[in-house]
Design a protein around this ligand. Sequence first.
Ligand SMILES: [Zn+2]
Length: 463
Amino acid sequence: MLKLFNTLGRKKEEFKPIKVGEVGIYTCGPTVYNYAHIGNLRTYIFEDILKRIFLYNGFKVKHVMNITDVGHLTGDADSGVDKMLLAAQREGKTAWDVAKFYTDAFFRDMEKLNIIKADTVCNATQHIKEMIELIRRLEKKGITYAAGGNVYYDISKFKDYGKLALLKQDDLKAGARIDVDANKKNPYDFVLWFTKSKFGEQEMQWDSPWGRGYPGWHIECSAMSMKYLGEHFDIHCGGIDHIPIHHTNEIAQSEGATGKKWVNYWIHGEFLVLETGRMGKSLGNFITLQNLTDQGFDALDYRYMCLTAHYRKQLTFALDALEGAKNSLRRLREKYIEFRKETGKADEKKLKSYKEKFTDAVNDDLNMPQALAVVWEAVDDKNLNGAEKIAVLDDFDKVLGLRLSESKEENVELTGEAKKLVEEREKARKAKDWKKSDELRNKIESLGYELKDTPEGTKVKKK
Ligand SMILES: [Zn+2]
């Protein structure tokens, strides 16, 4: 049985698909005006694990993700400046070039993190027609109003507005949010279509029944998810920051238009935080995957680190924690290489109990820390032979996504002094001068290398 924590209702529930054996998943994608930071990437890793667990359980998965490549304000609540425009000005490019550049960068990160690409990746700018149709549908139902040149969603016409975020009716009336838009009847109303840009030089504009302009940012997810997954589908995911505004507004739009339930399960991932607090593009303290690579980490070290924490718990990012993850992953790869060299046949019966334990962990609302514990238990189990361990690890890696089968022995190219010392030590060992050999070992290790004497000779690795 697969259980998931549903934000809608705030409890763990058994997953029941709309169509037997199939699951439709929509995940909110990036706004492509800058690189993704590792906090964003944590969300995509959690969503990838979720998807892999469905595949592991034999489901047919249909995954749709959007790319927000249209102008999008820095504040979710129609406030702030336009992010794409800001980036275009910053980089001296057109908004279209900015979008293309960061979309490519995003997919390079996804590939490095071994995140399976969505079956359908849809760009907001290519679905303006669908967004306009959806706004018209809402308009016909009397849920919208025009003011100051913009089309607004009237939340007083949708009684379930606060159900996902558990917003109270009183809060909605009082308008807890600071908003400067005097056109709004209620502070929680939001823009569906802008014709009056605050920014004179807005590049991305389209014709619409309400005049030339551009969509509000929530409408794209409603329009595109329903186009590709239907008006009722299984799962919608994102970071927890999307609960109070973006996802709340998506529900209002979709259910307002169809008059029926839209999504069955809402799954949200917690934040990655820095020791000093939250990380964010707007805070100017964000770390990219490239920053980690520059410091000698592999993208999969970061993926491993994310697996050590439950997706609904905050994860504090620190370099020593990443270092720990890197060492664990390296150890796992070394073991994998060792097991691969062993001969023997796998006994299916012995594998079964491990697969069950692993499945129980991942199916319990993605308990990846527990799943990793099962991995290490199998690695250290003296009753399993190499072939059995490889079979188990290959199976688990369908969910972990650590590319274990690609593990290679680390071949260090030695240069300069280290190379000379290793050669000298080889000679000392041949001459059975153990004292000298030990002295040389210490010297080599102090240069940052690790030595392992094997029947085939001495192996050298970077520490
Ligand atoms: Zn969305």
